[in-house]
Design a protein around this ligand. Structure first.
Ligand code: SF4
Length: 254
């Protein structure tokens, strides 16, 4: 679902801006729901996004929202530049969150984004999903080797030393058949040691060829609520042109 959503939770009040994007250049994760809304038509993407960004500008100004998260179903760097440029109207001076696959994240790309977007703080969410390489790559097909996690951890350390207003967060996926609760807990603990934030994302099955959902124990739910910056259980209220309606949307995981 494309549009603007206003959320208020553990992260505070924020506008969530869902844009249309090109297909993810990786495109192999076994649970990816984003293909439903991606497009290969550049003009359609630019036109749709311009309308959504216009709405986002109106919402953040009217409601004086200081934090904005942008999702486009692939990496932020895979948006048309026109859309990225238009987003400067909502990023400047605010806490601004985006999603990237890790291969788009290095010192140079981060500094370029800071110059262009001029946020008060830039939060880059990366979908590592699980610390265990076997779960992440053999099962989920994320295509992210362990060395990449260590590179991002080192980058985070360097950026922090430089005092740049950037934080690197990750998603951890739970509630999917084939991912044990033990591995979810271990992932949260390990990622908390090396990154700035962890968001746990409850898996929802959107397509018939996707893995089954699994139940979530009370013990895991309490652990995640205690240890993570946010637990995304899915399902939220959407705001379209001033109207509100219920909707469920899988977020994150680039
Ligand atoms: S990296 Fe993200 S957007 Fe790309 S295929 Fe995997 S889940 Fe989908």
């Amino acid at each position: 679902m494309i549009g603007v959503l206003v959320e208020e939770d553990k992260l505070g009040k924020r506008a969530v801006v869902i844009l249309k994007g090109f297909p993810c250049s990786w495109g192999k994760c076994i649970f990816c729901p984003f293909i439903i809304e991606q497009s290969c038509r550049t003009s359609e993407i630019i036109t749709t996004n311009s309308a959504v960004i216009k709405q986002a500008i109106e919402v953040v100004n009217r409601q004086q929202i200081d934090r904005v998260a942008v999702f486009n179903g692939s990496s932020f760097h895979e948006l048309p530049f026109v859309s990225i440029d238009e987003l400067t109207s909502v990023s400047e001076g605010r806490i601004f969150e985006i999603e990237e696959r890790s291969e788009f994240v290095n010192r140079r790309s981060v500094v370029s984004l800071l110059k262009l977007l001029r946020p008060r703080k830039l939060i880059i969410r990366i979908g590592f999903e699980n610390y265990y390489e076997s779960v992440r790559n053999d099962y989920l097909r994320k295509g992210i080797p362990q060395s990449e996690i260590l590179r991002i951890a080192e980058l985070r350390r360097m950026l922090s030393e430089e005092g740049l207003p950037v934080e690197l967060w990750t998603y951890v996926l739970f509630g999917m058949e084939g991912i044990s609760e033990e591995s979810v807990k271990y992932s949260v603990i390990k990622f908390k040691e090396i990154l700035d934030g962890v968001i746990a994302v409850k898996y929802h099955r959107y397509l018939p060829n996707h893995p089954e959902e699994s139940s979530v124990s009370k013990d895991l739910a309490e652990f995640l609520e205690r240890e993570c910056n946010l637990v995304d259980w899915g399902g939220e209220e959407w705001v379209f042109g001033g109207e509100e309606r219920e909707g469920g949307e899988e977020k994150g995981s680039v």
